[in-house]
Write a protein that binds this ligand. Structure first.
Ligand SMILES: [Zn+2]
Length: 178
């Protein structure tokens, strides 16, 4: 939004509209061409300046804006409006109330995340353990008993071995994990 007509500072003024900005209207003063408030406090948002004025005071806001480079003034105004609105809503804590409540939420969520991650690790370890015990158990009886490969291939014919294995696994798992 460049003002080609030559008037330097008043970028926020509507062309040909002599109505003062919200700040000058509230302060009952004439809104000059180079009014420092005009770009940020348009006439159609009177509450925006009212809260800022109530909390910071118009002259302080004026001073702060004058000391800032123009490209930072918009952000400064947004920040002051946020702080002022929070202070009006919560006169004790202002925006610190919102910040600390969000901080608490972060703490709770980080604790939950840590618990969930620990559970994932636990479940992975458990899964690996049961997988490796499954992988080991068919090998161990075949090694210890050393039967012929024919018997290994015909698994349904060995109910006794399977019973022993399952019982061993169960007691093994219970003693370690429970
Ligand atoms: Zn003004």
């Amino acid at each position: 939004m460049k003002d080609i007509s030559g008037s330097g500072g008043g970028g926020g003024r509507k062309q040909g509209a002599p109505s003062p900005c919200a700040a000058c209207k509230l302060l009952r003063r004439r809104c000059a061409q180079d009014c420092v408030f005009a770009p940020y406090f348009p006439a159609d948002e009177p509450q925006k300046f009212a809260n800022v004025h109530k909390v910071f005071g118009a002259s302080n806001v004026n001073k702060m804006l004058q000391e800032l480079p123009v490209q930072h003034r918009g952000d400064a105004v947004s920040s002051m409006v946020y702080e002022a609105n929070a202070r009006v809503r919560d006169p004790v804590y202002g925006c610190v109330g919102a910040i600390s409540s969000l901080q608490q939420q972060i703490d709770v969520l980080q604790a939950q995340l840590a618990l969930a991650q620990a559970e994932v690790v636990h479940l992975r370890v458990r899964q690996n353990a049961s997988l490796s015990s499954h992988g080991l158990s068919p090998a161990s009886p075949s090694n210890s008993g050393s039967p012929s490969p024919k018997l290994m291939g015909s698994q349904p014919n060995k109910p006794i071995f399977e019973m022993d294995m399952s019982v061993d696994q169960g007691s093994f798992g219970e003693t370690i994990w429970c």
